[in-house]
Design a protein around this ligand. Structure first.
Ligand SMILES: Cc1ncc(COP(=O)(O)O)c(C=O)c1O
Length: 482
């Protein structure tokens, strides 16, 4: 069964029939668009850039090939139901949150959540209760939430309607998901998982448990990030019991475009087949490359690429070795500087960097040559760019401000004024401010801005990092409640 691709196969058949099209998109197989684009993209891709005409089914009410493709995906990902998203994992996360909680209902979330979780909290009117993730002061990153913190927050909020977790973090670290799921289920609380970086977990025993394997109720699982489908395509996996699949389908439909891209949908179908049939073998090979990269990077004086040795607590319970996080601070350089050197001198682009680290992902698309290129570049940087390591800067993680008002009430409040960021301490903010990537909030609507938040934002803007959120793109002014 898993070697079939019902949706992709149907699209190719349809394109081969070469029907005369009187429906959108206007480019009609590429003929109605400038050659400079159609020739670059190619006729095959344009021939399946189609729309929800009857033979091709409809994501909003799947009954044909999309339904079949989703059912195969559910079996592959170990879910009862899988829903395709062409609105990224953000769309899957928003669907997940908005189908679980409504106005005034409590949802327990780690502070280091992606902005899509917080957007969903605003749209739904839910009340977030933040949980503290474990912070690693050496590497300067946040990990999972410890089991005891989850237990404490569940005890304090017995009326919580959902618990959201991240599996794994951007940096590839998973908490003890199974124990947390069991704890939440004892209290009848459904567990929603942001699995943007966990699509491979269902397919290899040397990777952490997937959300579905751990018994979670929903998981927004990004196939495009690590599973090989096209950018913006993702899935929402659902387990029946505490969640109504019919309601999930309705919410997904409310949040999705009616003009769903069949290129993206078809790529989900093919990526699922690849993962189900060849995933284990491909992951084994990719793990070998990643182990080789980690070992060689750790042999370079001044660099540290963490691995399983950091797994000590319930918040650092399992690790995805395909995430290569290189701590560069002992070279006297910041991660941002190393990112720029890699770009300018070596034509290498990394996934992300911060004050201390660069993050690289190793995937099926890598080869020994790409690994060698990265390792050689890092060896050269360690030799040629090394500076005296001055006093080690304190690892900064933004403090968690007080939530004075529901995020939705603050966001939609009309009684606001624009003031300089520098004067915002003590005021309730009406907008988000976050660094993207990874898109984790520094402040969100309804929170009381602290001096520490302002310093953190100013430092990031000064370093030229992608701080986003406020209406003012220069982040000099912010909107606060009067
Ligand atoms: C942890 C996490 N969750 C969710 C997302 C959102 O995924 P997407 O970009 O597919 O919308 C990201 C993207 O960076 C992420 O890192």
């Amino acid at each position: 069964m898993q070697n079939q691709t019902p949706l992709f196969t149907k699209l190719v058949e349809h394109a081969n029939r070469n029907p005369i099209q009187f429906h959108i998109p206007a480019h009609k197989k590429g003929f109605g668009m400038p050659n400079e684009f159609s020739e670059f993209i190619g006729p095959n891709a344009l021939s399946i850039d189609l729309i929800n005409i009857a033979p091709l089914d409809d994501l909003h009410s799947p009954k044909g090939v999309i339904k079949e493709a989703q059912e195969l995906a559910a079996r592959a990902y170990g879910a009862d139901h899988t829903y395709f998203s062409v609105h990224g994992t953000s769309g899957a996360i928003m669907t997940m949150v908005m189908s679980a909680v409504g106005p005034g209902e409590k949802i327990l979330v780690p502070r280091n959540v992606h902005k899509s979780v917080l957007s969903a909290i605003i749209f739904s009117g839910a009340h977030p209760v933040f949980m503290h993730p474990e912070i690693d002061p050496e590497i300067g990153i946040a990990h999972g939430v410890p089991l005891d913190e989850v237990r404490k927050v569940l005890d304090e909020h017995p009326d919580a309607k959902a618990l959201l977790l991240i599996n794994p973090t951007y940096f590839g670290v998973s908490a003890d998901l199974k124990s947390i799921v069991d704890l939440a289920h004892e209290r009848g609380v459904p567990v929603l998982v942001d699995e943007a970086h966990g699509v491979l977990f269902s397919f290899h025993e040397d990777l952490p448990l997937s959300a579905m394997q751990a018994g979670a109720d929903m998981a927004a699982t990004s196939v495009h990030k690590l599973g090989g489908s096209m950018t913006q395509s993702s899935v929402l996996n659902v387990r029946e019991g505490l969640i109504s699949p019919e309601h999930v389908q309705s919410v997904l439909s409310m949040l999705h475009t009616t003009s769903t891209s069949y290129l993206l949908l078809a790529s989900l179908d093919v990526a699922r087949k690849n993962l189900a049939i060849h995933g284990h073998e491909l992951i084994s090979k990719t793990l070998e490359l990643a182990h080789d990269a980690r070992r060689r990077i750790n042999a370079i004086d001044g660099l540290y690429c963490f691995g399983e040795e950091i797994l000590k607590t319930s918040a650092t319970f399992a690790h995805d070795p395909l995430k290569i996080n290189v701590t560069v601070s002992n070279l006297g350089l910041t991660g941002w500087e190393v990112e720029k050197i890699l770009r300018n001198d070596f034509n290498i682009e990394v996934e992300m960097s911060d004050l201390y680290n660069i993050l690289c992902i190793i995937t099926f698309g890598d080869t020994q040559e790409t690994i060698d290129a990265l390792v050689h570049a890092l060896e050269a940087i360690a030799k040629d760019y090394r500076r005296e390591v001055l006093e080690r800067k304190q690892v900064k993680y933004p403090s968690m401000p007080l939530l004075a008002l529901s995020p939705r009430d603050a966001f939609y409040n009309k009684q606001t004024e624009i003031i300089p960021l520098a004067e915002a301490a003590g005021r309730i903010i009406a907008e988000f401010i976050m660094v993207y990537p990874p898109g984790i909030p520094i402040v969100m609507p309804g929170e009381v801005v602290t001096h520490d938040n302002i310093d953190y934002i100013v430092e990031h803007v000064k370093e030229g990092l992608p701080v986003q959120g406020p209406d003012d793109p220069n982040i000099e002014f912010v909107k606060v409640l009067k």
